[in-house]
Design a binder for this molecule. Structure first.
Ligand code: A3P
Length: 301
């Protein structure tokens, strides 16, 4: 209850907490009518799993490696957030009338969303467009999301939030966007043996960005040259994205970069600085109970 009250204008809809500044029940319904086709790629993720990173990589592919051109358009313009950006779903918007995104000067229109699979617009679920799901090990995901609550107005800019108060919310799923386990496992099943869907993992991007990028190129059907690939890998490094005003989300009114940054640490294993021994044991039990037999596992360091 306390959490719900701390999120500005939140509504509970079909058991989900919807932050008012981002989405509303009306928007959730309107989004169901969005029409996607083969020119669209939707990146879907639980918040803080590397959405922005994959958005930049896929944008660079859509722009055929032209990073100079990419640097001229802000991320939120070229990769609109479906449930936030009224231009995506508003039936009166000229953009929606053309059934395309706000910016489409690359070869594909890239979108992103945090919607659970159950609420992804039916044309996307039916394979009319490509879907890329980005997942991250849940311990680091939880820590990053904790900091995000302290960063953004749509989470109530919770500068005083304590890790120990937040941890049970993440575990129970009583939190904006809901249950991490359900989100991830539903999309894991959806992407299995689905030629229009791909499951991408943050820890794999950290290990081999070049290889993961090549696989994304194949998936969307836009091959880059080895030179372009080298340029894009450099352009998409954490340090480069952190300093790039078009990707680091600085200057956006909904973020207060005083306490923490959107581009915060960009590492694997930061959870060790937050989880107590007891929390870690409890989380491992929960993870085991949810993941046993699914064929999915994460690396935590
Ligand atoms: P941390 O808070 O752990 O640093 P999202 O885009 O889904 O909101 O995810 C944000 C997380 O991805 C943040 O994690 C951010 O630092 C990290 N990230 C963004 N770009 C990255 C990059 N190029 N390399 C590594 N991590 C990156």
């Amino acid at each position: 209850k306390q959490y719900l009250e701390s999120i500005p204008h939140a509504t509970v809809w079909e058991g989900q907490i919807l932050p008012g500044g981002v989405t509303t029940p009306d928007k959730m319904k309107a989004m169901q009518d969005m029409v996607f086709d083969e020119n669209d790629v939707i990146i879907v993720s639980y918040p803080k799993s590397g959405t922005t990173w994959v958005s930049e990589v896929l944008s660079a592919i859509a722009y055929e490696g032209n990073t100079e051109k990419l640097k001229q358009v802000r991320m939120d313009e070229r990769v609109p957030w479906i449930e936030m950006d009224h231009r995506c779903w508003d039936p009166n918007s000229p953009v929606q009338a053309s059934a395309k995104g706000p910016v489409r000067d690359g070869k594909k229109q890239i979108w992103f969303s945090h919607l659970h699979l159950d609420y992804l617009p039916p044309t996307a679920r039916a394979g009319k467009c490509k879907v890329v799901y980005v997942a991250r090990n849940p311990k680091d995901n939880a820590v990053s999301y904790f900091h995000f609550h302290r960063l953004t107005t749509f989470m109530g800019l919770q500068k005083d939030m304590k890790w120990n108060d937040y941890f049970p919310l993440f575990c129970s799923g009583y939190i904006c966007v809901g249950n991490w386990f359900k989100h991830t496992l539903d999309y894991w099943k959806f992407t299995r043996n689905n030629p229009n869907a791909k499951f991408v993992v943050y820890e794999d991007l950290k290990k081999d960005l070049m290889g993961e990028m090549q696989s994304l190129e194949e998936f969307v059907g836009i091959p880059l040259t080895p030179e372009q690939r080298l340029e894009v890998v450099k352009h998409c490094s954490f340090d480069s994205m952190k300093d790039n005003k078009m990707t680091n989300r600085e200057g956006l009114a909904v973020f207060d970069h005083g306490e923490t940054k959107f581009m915060r640490k960009g590492i694997v294993g930061d959870w060790k600085n937050y989880f107590t021994v007891a929390q870690n044991e409890a989380f491992d039990e929960l993870y085991k109970s949810k993941f046993e037999g699914t064929g999915l596992s994460f690396e935590f360091e």
